[in-house]
Design a protein around this ligand. Structure first.
Ligand code: ADP
Length: 475
């Protein structure tokens, strides 16, 4: 903490009290600081304030909102180094990745500042001569979000930026592991001139209470969630009662496919980036590798060699490329999946050990088959199972054989195959010859049980707008 220059970013910190929440560093288990806990009454009160604030905000022009958002973007980038440090301290990811996430998170603020100006309605040719028909787009009202710990800034700005640009107010409960980044981002929005109560952070260890409150509140019109499919289901069920709009970014089980005509070196580079970013703890991380028989040995060897060179350690240290897992539970799950795979016949090509603290060696498994639990489940840890395949048709069947449909990746240099496979993959996103595909200008989201709705791009704004039809009669 001593290296943070802009201490206003940490103004959320409070004294240790009976109800305060400790934030710890997953790299060494040390307490970084304490934050306040909000109870049901306090959260309800904030929802009320967000409702009031939204009325005035909706009356501003998109241009006025954009001016504030551009200042916010600039402050996020001006404070990139401090924000990255705070993120690494509470989340564990290497500093270079944290810097990248700050820039990625800020990019949504910049993008939606402009996109908010393009919330166009339509005039529609009328079928009746005495009428004129038009549509306008209006903010949904108060939008609420629940976000995860793996991208402490981006998962908030990806939702808050379109909400605010559309004219909504926004209330979010960040994951309890990573609240400092959330408060810091909100503090910069305040410094950028965002009026009070439009971007509200609430923190509590009682996630169930907040989920119920958000879903049931008649003052909230929209729920946006990023997290596990299981919790997504709960929130959708709870939202049914008040017929709320929902956006869900849920789990994934991304296939990473290497065809025999692939550029193997490029595929290895993409595999490392896609699998081991954030120690494998992202919903778009490659979860299972299908490699054609003809290039299986070459790919596995080059991939394992590259993985063996990854540097494990505290993300604040230079050269570290793999930080700790977020908590003990995550480490146990990784270990369980590894044990099961080995018992089922998988071979450890590199790595394979849990280390002290919350660290786990980046691991490559060969001799893996499609039905092993490590292939069927979302790993969310640094293990790469590599499966051999022979023909494209059965490969596509295996790739689509999952309840999930978020990201998918494949490597090929055959143009016909590129189109054929991209169209056949039952996923919301397909990376062709590229392992990192997220950007603010493209719609991020899943099909099947990976979610509903899109974030980023023009589609991301739609999630926070209602279309109103106006009929002008008696003309
Ligand atoms: P993960 O396993 O990656 O932590 P979760 O889906 O459990 O994924 O958590 C994502 C977010 O959902 C976190 O902010 C967490 O506090 C919240 N959460 C967990 N359980 C519930 C619930 N029953 N209702 C509402 N939010 C929840």
């Amino acid at each position: 903490m001593d290296k943070i220059k802009n201490m206003s970013l940490l103004s959320c910190l409070c004294e240790k009290t009976a109800s305060s929440i400790a934030v710890t560093n997953p790299a060494n288990d040390q307490v970084i600081g304490f934050i306040p806990s909000h109870d049901n009454t306090a959260i309800q009160q904030r929802i009320g304030l967000a409702k009031e604030a939204q009325k005035a905000w909706a009356k501003t022009t998109a241009k006025q909102r954009a001016e504030i958002m551009h200042r916010w973007y600039q402050l996020l980038m001006d404070n990139q180094e401090d924000l990255a440090r705070i993120m690494t301290l509470e989340q564990g990811k290497p500093l270079a990745e944290s810097r990248g996430e700050v820039a990625y998170g800020a990019s949504f603020v910049q993008w939606f500042a402009e996109e908010g100006k393009r919330a166009y309605g339509e005039t529609v040719p009328t079928p009746l001569a005495d009428r004129r028909i038009m549509t306008i787009r209006q903010p949904v009202g108060v939008a609420a979000a629940i976000t995860p710990w793996n991208f402490p800034i981006a998962m908030i700005t990806r939702k808050a930026a379109p909400a605010l640009a559309a004219g909504c107010s926004f209330i979010v409960k960040p994951a309890i592991q990573t609240p400092l980044s959330a408060f810091a981002v909100a503090e910069l929005a305040r410094q950028a001139g965002l009026p009070e109560n439009l971007l509200v952070i609430v923190t509590t260890e009682d996630a169930v209470m907040v989920g119920e409150l958000f879903c049931q509140s008649p003052d909230i019109q929209k729920i946006s969630f990023t997290g596990s499919t299981n919790v997504g289901r709960i929130l959708m069920r709870q939202s049914a009662e008040s017929v709320k709009r929902v956006s869900m970014e849920l789990g994934g089980n991304a296939p990473f496919i290497v065809f025999d005509d692939a550029d193997i070196n490029l595929a290895v580079k993409g595999a490392i980036a896609s699998k081991f970013r954030n120690a494998g703890q992202t919903c778009v991380c490659a979860n299972r590798f299908y490699v054609h028989d003809a290039v299986y040995d070459e790919f596995s060897e080059k991939f394992s060699n590259a993985v063996a060179e990854l540097e494990i350690g505290n993300g604040l240290e230079a050269n570290v490329t793999i930080g700790p897992l977020i908590d003990e539970k995550a480490k146990e799950k990784t270990q369980r999946l590894l044990n099961d795979a080995v018992n089922e016949g998988a071979m450890v090509s590199t790595g394979g050990h849990a280390l002290d603290g919350q660290f786990f060696e980046p691991t490559v498994l060969t001799n893996v088959t499609h039905l092993m639990s490590i292939v069927q489940e979302e790993i969310f840890g640094p293990i790469a199972p590599v499966i051999r395949f022979n023909d494209e048709t059965s490969l596509i069947e295996m790739a689509n054989d999952t309840i999930y449909g978020l990201a998918s990746y494949f490597y090929s240099r055959d143009i016909n195959r590129v189109f054929r496979v991209a169209e056949a993959l039952d996923y919301g996103m397909v990376g062709v010859n590229e392992g990192i595909i997220s950007t603010e200008v493209a719609p991020f989201g899943g099909v099947k049980q990976s979610g509903i709705g899109r974030e980023g791009a023009s589609q991301g704004l739609d999630e926070y707008l209602n279309t109103k039809y106006i009929c002008l009669g008696g003309m």
